[in-house]
Design a protein around this ligand. Structure first.
Ligand code: ADP
Ligand code: MG
Length: 361
């Protein structure tokens, strides 16, 4: 009679491929525990949370295969779901799986809008750029990944719960021709959410995986502020075509920008360029220009680092009002200097990420 050993069980299980990754379940590290008691065998498969249901056929097959081993009288294979392995970061197989899913929905390019800190105009920039890209004739999605302070539903003027489109998939909401998904659409405004790293990660993963984005040329991602694990792993999950960095001209904001640049470089994300927001204020009555947050701060930082300055967006009450009212300035006042500059910046982005060329994965 054959001796039932862990090696024998693993060898048997290594015949089973995970079809989503065309690799066997043992090499993928999905077998987390093998327990042998006389002729009874128990196996645990550990899979990412969102794959629990999809793994059922594999679980059954594993059980059948173990039962066929000579001398085995009972085989129990169970699936346990886990959050991301490292704090806040998915492992390589999870990342590949997410990429596969997102590519299934045919999104050609992802562009992130980042900044070192909050309140510099990242969301305002994201929504206006998304619409500017749309105005150039592309199909555009906007992913509000700032789970800490989701502001895109308000800025894009959408509300209501996303509709279910079967399975665990939901449809993005639409306005001005832009498809939007945001945690702000999934969690009521007045809910105080405390986010821990792994929760943020799985929320973002869901906003990529469980949203029927459809065929899009580009998704603009309004990143959460900060320069930690979450930003890096999101960047890697979707294979960012590039990142745009928003800053005000102040030194303090620039210190954070340096961190953001370093983070993208570490994650091998090309930096498309920097945008100086709240560059200056021009008095609508007398035309006098005030550099409220300092002059040329971003310009000189960009130059020093060999990064393009994509454009300047002056301060104006209209930008703030239009953001708050759900009609971004590029729609409410297309002739404003800000709107014109957003359109110029969008053209540079299109060139930089080669949006007109086919996918080169
Ligand atoms: N160029 C600008 N002129 C005037 N107000 C602006 C400008 N850019 C952003 N704001 C306002 O500043 C606030 C913060 O901008 P927001 O885009 O929410 O920043 P972030 O996403 O970086 O936190 C918002 O009230 C927004 O309307
Ligand atoms: Mg924001």
């Amino acid at each position: 009679m054959i001796n039932i050993t862990e090696d024998l069980i693993l060898k048997t299980l290594s015949d089973i491929d995970d079809p989503s990754q065309s690799k066997d379940i043992v090499s993928l590290g999905l077998v987390s525990n093998v327990n042998i008691k006389d002729s009874n065998v128990g196996v645990t498969l550990e899979v990412p949370v969102h794959r629990g249901a999809a793994m059922e056929p594999i679980r059954k097959l594993a059980q059948e295969k173990i039962m066929k081993i000579e001398g085995v009288t009972s085989a129990t294979v169970v699936i346990t779901a886990h959050e991301s392995k490292q704090k806040g970061s998915p492992n390589v197989s999870e990342i590949n799986e997410i990429k596969e899913k997102v590519f299934e929905s045919n999104v050609k390019r992802f562009v992130a809008v980042g900044s070192g800190k909050g309140g510099v105009g990242k969301s305002t920039t994201s929504v206006n750029l998304a619409i500017a890209l749309k105005l150039e004739g592309y199909s555009v999605g906007l992913l509000d990944a700032d789970v800490y302070g989701p502001s895109q539903p308000r800025m894009l003027g959408v509300s209501g719960r996303p509709a279910s489109v079967g399975g665990d998939m939901v449809a993005p909401l639409q306005n001005f021709g832009i498809s939007l998904m945001s945690m702000g659409l999934l969690v009521p405004d007045d809910t105080a959410m405390i986010w821990r790293g792994p929760m943020v990660q799985s929320a973002l993963t869901q906003m990529l995986n469980s949203v029927a984005w459809g065929n899009l040329d580009v998704i603009v991602i309004d990143l959460p502020p900060g320069t930690g694990d979450i930003q890096i792993s999101l960047a890697q999950q979707v294979n960012l075509a590039g990142a745009v960095i928003v800053s005000t001209p102040q030194d303090i904001a620039l210190l954070d920008v340096v961190k953001a640049i370093t983070m993208f470089q570490k994650a091998n994300v090309p930096i498309i360029g920097m945008i100086e927001n709240m560059s200056y204020w021009s008095c609508p009555d007398c035309g006098r220009v005030d550099h409220i947050f300092g002059k040329d701060g971003v310009k000189s930082e960009a130059k020093k680092r060999g990064i393009d300055l994509l454009g300047e967006i002056p301060i104006s009450v209209d930008v703030r009002k239009s953001s708050d009212s759900g009609i971004p300035i590029i729609i409410s006042d297309p002739d404003a200097i800000q709107s014109k500059n957003y359109r110029i910046i969008a053209k540079s982005i299109i060139k930089s990420i080669k949006l007109d060329e086919e996918e080169v994965v």
